[in-house]
Design a protein around this ligand. Structure first.
Ligand SMILES: Nc1ncnc2c1ncn2[C@@H]1O[C@H](COP(=O)(O)OP(=O)(O)OP(=O)(O)O)[C@@H](O)[C@H]1O
Ligand SMILES: [Mg+2]
Length: 375
């Protein structure tokens, strides 16, 4: 039996994880608001669920809401509910997520994406558990435990004027910071073994495990996508190899392919100091950006090397020669293609795709809907 997994299925025995678990144990029984921060895929939702499971509210639901995925125009009615006739199309009154979570826990993910105008209403709920449905003038009360999470640096969001300082100060009093996987490498073998076991059972495959070298590589890899990425890689390799032992060649090939061999995410070897490794990663990222910029420049130039000026694009619509302008594509087509390729590259993970596209997750959701790319 694997003793590293606790009774709630949370894996990790590193010093960092032990510390997190001891804070969870302390805060879970109370109703205190908790902020969980950390990079994408580190396990923020896992810890939120653990807090809920270990609380006296565990027999009631935990409702998870991703603030980044709800269009700005409807976020308040989604969170707080609305009255009949509150806006065009509101033919009935509707409960919001806070009301649905009554008695239980509300997990508000991507709190950094909450529109500034909604933040003040959220602060009010945090302080008095009072809120108003959209279109109503009377306050309601709700009995809910709130857990918020973000992978943004809220402090810099405050300095940029995108996050209310009063809400930030209120939230940060209990802040569980989950370190990236590369900063708690001791957990990696446990994750690998446990995920291997779970994935084998789920797919009814007898999994033979990892070679010693493969395990060493898992331990040294940079894991930009953290635990989620580790799980996905193990799952893919177990299925591809039908459960045969995973060796270092499999892993190297897979890691290279899944990151397009761009080198950015190749393993960080331990003989390098963290500073040196980080400098190399930054350098690689810069080189890659340079290549991207060159590619964009190339796209903006026509075959003759002259710049595509706006008037040229406009002219293309009434130009007689279609050939001459065949390189000019409507922005919507280029955008649609960029979105599709980002979604493909990140296997449908919208958060990672939106980051790669440098747009917010909310904008990505909107565009997916607009272009009908929801498959
Ligand atoms: N300590 C852990 N024990 C077991 N599984 C874990 C642990 N941490 C993460 N995972 C697994 O890793 C994946 C990602 O975890 P989770 O969704 O909680 O991450 P996250 O920090 O909320 O990511 P994001 O910022 O992208 O929402 C899930 O499959 C989850 O089950
Ligand atoms: Mg999450």
């Amino acid at each position: 039996m694997n003793e590293t997994k606790n009774q709630y299925g949370v894996i990790g025995n590193s010093v960092e994880m032990k510390e997190i678990l001891s804070v969870v144990k302390q805060v879970a029984p109370s109703d205190i608001t908790v902020l969980i921060t950390g990079e994408s895929g580190v396990g923020k939702e896992v810890i939120a669920k653990l807090i809920h499971e270990m609380s006296k509210r565990s027999s009631k639901p935990m409702i998870s809401v991703n603030a980044g995925a709800i269009p700005e125009g409807i976020i308040e009615s989604e969170l707080f509910g609305h009255e009949r006739g509150a806006f065009t199309g509101a033919s009935d009154s509707r409960k919001g997520y806070f009301e649905l979570a009554d008695g239980g826990t509300l997990f508000l993910d991507e709190i950094g994406e909450l529109p500034i105008g909604t933040q003040v209403k959220f602060l009010r709920i945090l302080e008095s558990r009072e809120y108003m449905r959209v279109g109503s003038s009377s306050s309601r009360k709700v009995d809910v435990r709130i857990i918020a999470a973000t992978n943004k640096d809220l402090e810099s969001e405050v300095s940029n004027g995108r996050f209310r300082p009063d809400l930030y100060f209120r939230l940060r009093s209990i802040n569980i910071k989950i370190p990236p996987l590369r900063e708690r490498r001791d957990d990696i073998p446990e994750f690998a073994i446990e995920f291997g076991k779970q994935i084998g059972e789920k797919n009814k495959i007898n999994f033979e495990g990892f070679s010693t070298e493969a395990m060493a590589l898992l331990k040294n890899y940079h894991w930009p996508g953290n635990v989620r990425e580790l799980r996905n890689i193990i799952e893919s390799l177990i299925v591809i190899k039908g459960g045969k032992q995973i060796d270092i060649v499999d892993l190297k090939n897979f890691i290279k392919n899944s990151f397009e061999g761009n080198g950015r995410n190749l393993p960080v070897y331990t003989h390098k100091s963290p500073d040196q490794a980080e400098r190399e990663l930054i350098l690689r990222a810069l080189l890659e950006m340079k290549a991207d910029i060159n590619e964009m420049k190339h796209l903006l130039l026509n075959q003759n090397g002259s710049r595509v000026e706006p008037h040229y694009v406009e002219a293309s619509f009434d130009a007689t020669s279609a050939d001459e302008n065949s390189l000019v594509e409507p922005v919507t087509i280029v955008e649609k293609r960029a979105i599709l390729s980002a979604l493909e590259r990140f296997k449908g993970n919208r958060r990672m795709a939106s980051r790669a596209l440098s747009i917010s997750e909310r904008t990505l959701y909107r565009k997916i809907k607009e272009y009908n790319l929801d498959i």
